[in-house]
Ligand binder design. Structure first.
Ligand code: NDP
Length: 244
């Protein structure tokens, strides 16, 4: 029997890309899924699709930049399924641009969603997991958490931060609570749609030709979830074989 079956898996940014693929895959494996994002019509359709295949799914509007909404999201999950086994902190944005373009609002949005969003997930999920005596955080970073590329300085900085926070969390709470960092390379999703800088947009179009399906990242998340309780998968990097 899959070790995923019966687990309550809560996913931020579940309305597209990696979050959506992860919800689908883990639901197929018998997990109960709680979907969060801002586009609730997408979540509603995904929850209906999962249920139509015999799975269990609930959804809730979520903006990860709000600590209150994150608290409500975790409370919602507990009220529906009684506990939280896994919180996938996946929501993220990537409006790339050169620093000299001074797109300060976009820098702030990346900091708010990619860093604060993960911290809010930890702040909301950790007390419950400590009370339960079990749980697992899966934080989605990027290959950009290991090296910087032009136009991606701020985005990479947020992902370096996610990596640091995840590592620190694992050292502090490891044992009953497992902590995993998933770092995707270029993956099919809507992530590049938020790029407003023309040059960065054109570059990404070319770069994304080798993108792997979001299901490939979902499988790495499944691998981390399905290990026995005493096994912590601390870090996985999954990228296109054709990556430089
Ligand atoms: P998508 O753009 O397809 O998905 C991003 C998700 O984040 C959406 O569901 C979006 O939902 C959600 N989101 C954005 N802002 C917020 C917010 N304020 N509150 C709640 N949810 C939010 O991209 P991916 O699936 O690719 O991205 C998932 C993660 O993977 C991100 O952390 C990204 O940085 C990371 N990643 C992706 C790579 C890639 O090449 N695709 C490579 C490396 C890392 P909504 O808009 O409905 O709120």
């Amino acid at each position: 029997m899959s070790n995923v079956k019966g687990k309550v898996v809560v996913i931020t940014g579940a309305s597209s890309g990696i979050g959506e693929a992860t919800a689908r895959l883990l639901a197929e494996q018998g997990a109960s899924i709680v979907l969060g994002a801002r586009r609730t019509e997408r979540l509603e359709a995904l929850a209906a699709e999962i249920r139509s295949k015999g799975g269990a799914a609930e959804y809730c509007a979520l903006d990860v930049t709000s600590k209150e909404q994150m608290d409500e999201f975790i409370s919602f999950a507990k009220s529906k399924f009684g506990r939280v086994d896994v919180l996938v902190n996946n929501a993220g944005v990537m409006p790339l641009s050169p620093l000299e373009a001074l797109k300060i609002d976009e820098w702030n949005r990346m900091i708010d969603v990619n860093i604060r969003g993960v911290l809010h997930g930890i702040a909301a999920g950790l007390p419950l997991m400590k009370q339960q005596g079990f749980g697992q955080f899966i934080n989605v970073a990027s290959v950009g958490a290991y090296s910087v590329t032009p136009t991606a300085a701020v985005y990479c900085a947020t992902k370096y931060a996610v990596r640091a926070i995840t590592d620190g969390l694992r050292m502090e709470v490891g044992g009953d609570i497992r902590v995993t960092l998933i770092s995707p390379g270029v993956t099919e999703s809507e992530l590049a749609d938020s790029i407003t800088d023309e040059e960065s947009r054109e570059f990404m179009k070319e770069y994304r030709r080798i993108a792997i399906p979001a299901s490939a990242i979902a499988r790495s998340i499944q691998y981390a979830v399905e290990q026995p309780a005493e096994v912590d998968v601390s870090e996985i990097i999954v990228r296109p074989a054709a990556s430089p």
